[in-house]
Design a binder for this molecule. Structure first.
Ligand SMILES: Cc1cc2nc3c(=O)[nH]c(=O)nc-3n(C[C@H](O)[C@H](O)[C@H](O)COP(=O)(O)OP(=O)(O)OC[C@H]3O[C@@H](n4cnc5c(N)ncnc54)[C@H](O)[C@@H]3O)c2cc1C
Length: 292
């Protein structure tokens, strides 16, 4: 098996175009498991770890641009305040070793329906920056990025350069059901993000369908129900309806981790719970601002 080690992004794109059979590897926490279990035997590996640009993040036009190679541990430490939903999800990924190596870029590349990075990216309106040597940059809204079970919208000659997302403008929460607290693939997961400036709620569902997805009807319903000035508390029937619409947005399978019915039930619970936490935070911030 060849091992390609480009040092620049341009060389990586050239290698990707010249060797479509070469499998990109960043943290290797998915790729090496697949190779060890003989689930995959690529003709070559395209090692991206020497490309410094992938491990950097910055801000542009009010958005965060996070390199595909920034590991979870750094996301938590350096961006936790600006991306609290993604940081919460990152804290649930694997173990400290996995969080030191694993990346959101790799999570997107693997495109597992259970990937923990995906729900907060969906709730937060993230966009994936993909690039090829021939056609240049392509910006793919994350809601359009997942095309099937472990499939994504990348062309064979494209690599993920970064993801873009606005820093949180309101409370964000992520919650995950698993059989224990660490080292567990989600039975199901849910992310919510409040966007008070736009009076809008974003959502993301994990392990709930062939791809991670938003609950768009639930978003539209609850965005219209909330008293965004924070004077009224959350109405119980509205929270319940939100949970039902999230449940209806899921089309989960029965598998060893849980039944489809259990997942639907759990998603409704997670949706109600996380929305309540987020709304309480929003009200405290809004009422606090009005009082001062
Ligand atoms: C013990 C263990 C526990 C785990 N726990 C969790 C968990 O709790 N939650 C969770 O979501 N995941 C978990 N995972 C899976 C894995 O850690 C994550 O999916 C991680 O985000 C993968 O990132 P990586 O950088 O290691 O990706 P890699 O293994 O390097 O790559 C993963 C995929 O992405 C592709 N890829 C990588 N970088 C790019 C790029 N720049 N452009 C295009 N394609 C690219 C690769 O070709 C490959 O298909 C776990 C894995 C292990 C081994």
């Amino acid at each position: 098996m060849d091992f390609l080690r480009p040092v620049t992004w341009e060389d990586a794109l050239a290698a990707r175009a010249a060797r479509p059979g070469a499998l990109p590897v960043q943290g290797g926490t998915d790729v090496m498991v697949e190779i060890n279990f003989d689930a995959r035997r690529p003709e070559a590996l395209l090692d991206l770890t020497r490309i410094r640009a992938l491990t950097e993040w910055d801000t542009a036009d009010g958005l965060l641009r996070v390199g595909a190679g920034v590991p979870y541990a750094r996301l938590i430490g350096e961006l936790g305040g600006r991306l609290p939903g993604l940081a919460q999800a990152s804290r649930t990924v694997g173990s400290p070793q996995i969080r030191n190596r694993g990346t959101v870029g790799g999570n997107l590349g693997a495109a597992s329906p259970a990937g923990d990075g995906h729900p907060p990216l969906l709730a937060g309106d993230a966009v994936v920056e993909a690039e090829s040597a021939e056609r240049g940059v392509r910006m793919i809204p994350v809601a359009e990025f997942f095309t099937g079970v472990k499939r994504n919208a990348l062309a064979p000659d494209e690599l993920i350069r970064a993801f873009w997302t606005p820093p949180a403008s309101g409370p964000q929460y992520f919650s995950k059901i698993g059989t224990r607290n660490a080292m567990v693939i989600a039975v199901c997961s849910f992310a919510v993000a409040l966007h008070p400036g736009e009076r809008r709620v974003g959502t993301g569902l994990g392990s709930a369908a062939p791809t991670p997805r938003r609950a768009t009807e639930a978003e539209a319903f609850i965005s219209g129900e909330l008293d965004w000035d924070g004077r009224r508390p959350l109405a119980e029937p509205a929270v319940r309806r939100f949970g039902e619409l999230v449940r209806a947005a899921a089309s989960p399978i029965d598998d060893v981790r849980g039944t489809g019915e259990y997942r639907r039930h759990a998603l409704a619970v997670l949706a109600r719970r996380t929305l309540t936490w987020a709304w309480d935070d929003h009200r405290k911030a809004t009422v606090g601002k009005a009082a001062s």
